[in-house]
Design a binder for this molecule. Structure first.
Ligand SMILES: *Cc1c(COP(=O)(O)O)cnc(C)c1O
Length: 404
């Protein structure tokens, strides 16, 4: 074996020993609440397609039509000749929906964070993030070169302590330091919500800016389903509204919504925007079609069904994960602790026709491995019945045998 291979094999052996080895599964089909895997059809509680829009006929047709009209790719970056009509239409639609002056789309949510945070901050600045923000925001914060401070998850007192500290740094030698707070509105692995009103009050009080990642909230929360900022009435006070088009909207890409100056500045400075080929036109057209569905009466009906399904799953999980706060999103984690336990439960469910991912470190902290259930409006009563039965059987299987 070459030393290159041997080095990597050694790394993999370490990952294996820790029970953290991952491998890809080849999924043959995925639609709504079902996926095809290894010749089986499984009910899945895994995808982020919370409304079933990835396979909605209007969304799929729009993508096909766009591919015919604009081709398979965008041919260049936005600033060269890849700034196609579908990108502009999607941005206008997003801005209208979010009630902001402007919006900007990127080829993914990850690329959005990676472009935006380093564009806004540099070495002299401070970035303050919730402990549980997504890897893309952590990586982007590091890339920016700003001083990174982490506050305990949803802990307003800790956040305020850090903002006090940040202002002390600012009042030092001359240079006005920028302070940016980054949080998710709905957290991707825990499914809980950030105390947005209080965070917005704090950032105003201390003269900081807020970047809000609505990846798991857009399409689901708020009167027009534009996100949790809308639901809490704070959207117009958030400097940088970020989200993805790849989850509830069923398409692909990331976005920023905010002031015209923000968008114009990002066009001139966000490196993942400038130095990357524009999003695939079919993806942008699909995202726009999905937003139109979400904002229609059909969208209201889908979101209503999603929330009823969330309530159903919450009730089914209760005997297993214990009493919890009422589910605040379409993500319901069952935190079981050890890696092996999460893997065994996922295996047991898979044998009974159900796919739920076991989530381990580094996606979640050590000792907090979990089954992460995600619900869709597309799940049927029969899907939930199968899950309920499977969980009951598994619980019986793992009960200690009665003493002889
Ligand atoms: C998925 C996710 C992203 C990344 O979005 P993609 O479009 O999948 O790249 C960003 N932030 C959070 C919180 C996410 O869950």
């Amino acid at each position: 074996m070459s030393s290159f291979e041997a080095t990597l094999a050694g790394e993999l052996a370490g990952i294996d020993q820790a029970g953290l080895r991952r491998a890809l599964r080849r999924v043959e089909s995925i639609e709504g609440g079902h996926l095809g895997y290894a010749g089986q059809s499984l009910v899945q509680f895994a995808s982020n397609d919370y409304l079933g829009l990835a396979s909605h006929p209007q969304v799929v047709e729009a993508a096909i039509e766009a591919a015919r009209r604009y081709g398979a790719g965008s041919t260049a970056s936005r600033l060269v000749c890849g700034s196609l009509a579908p990108h502009h239409e999607l941005e206008e639609l997003l801005a209208e929906w979010k009630k902001t002056e402007a919006a900007l789309v990127f080829s993914s949510g990850f690329a959005t964070a990676l472009g935006v945070i380093p564009a806004l901050l540099g070495n002299a600045d401070i970035v303050v993030v919730d402990k549980l923000v997504h890897a893309c925001c952590i990586d982007a914060a590091r890339l920016s070169g700003a001083t990174l401070r982490v506050y305990r998850h949803n802990d307003l007192e800790h956040l305020e302590e850090i903002l006090v500290w940040a202002n002390e740094q600012r009042s030092g030698k001359g240079a006005t330091k920028r302070v940016l707070i980054v949080t998710e509105s709905v957290f991707s692995m825990d499914g809980d919500q950030a105390p947005l009103e209080q965070i917005v009050d704090l950032k105003d009080r201390y003269g900081a800016w807020l970047m809000l990642d609505e990846a798991h909230a857009v399409g689901i929360h708020g009167e027009t389903h534009s996100g949790l900022a809308e639901a809490r009435g704070v959207a117009d006070r958030v400097e940088v509204q970020m989200g993805t088009l790849s989850k509830a909207l069923g398409a692909s890409g990331g976005y920023i919504a905010g002031r015209r100056a923000l968008v114009d500045y990002l066009v001139n400075s966000a490196r993942s925007f400038i130095f990357s080929t524009a999003p695939v036109p079919a993806a942008s057209v699909a995202a726009a079609a999905a937003i139109r569905v979400v904002r229609s009466p059909e969208g209201d009906e889908m979101v209503g069904r999603l929330w009823r399904n969330i309530g159903t799953l919450d009730r089914i999980l209760e005997p297993h994960r214990g009493k919890q706060d009422r589910a605040a999103s379409s993500i319901l984690p069952w935190i079981v602790g050890p890696n092996q336990k999460a893997l065994d439960l996922a295996d047991g469910l898979r044998r009974r026709g159900i796919f739920v991912p076991a989530i381990r470190f580094p996606t979640v902290p050590h000792g907090k491995s979990r089954l992460r259930f995600s619900v869709s409006a597309a799940h049927s009563p029969a899907d939930f019945e199968l899950l309920e039965k499977a969980l009951r059987e598994l619980a019986r299987e793992t009960e200690p045998a009665p003493a002889a």
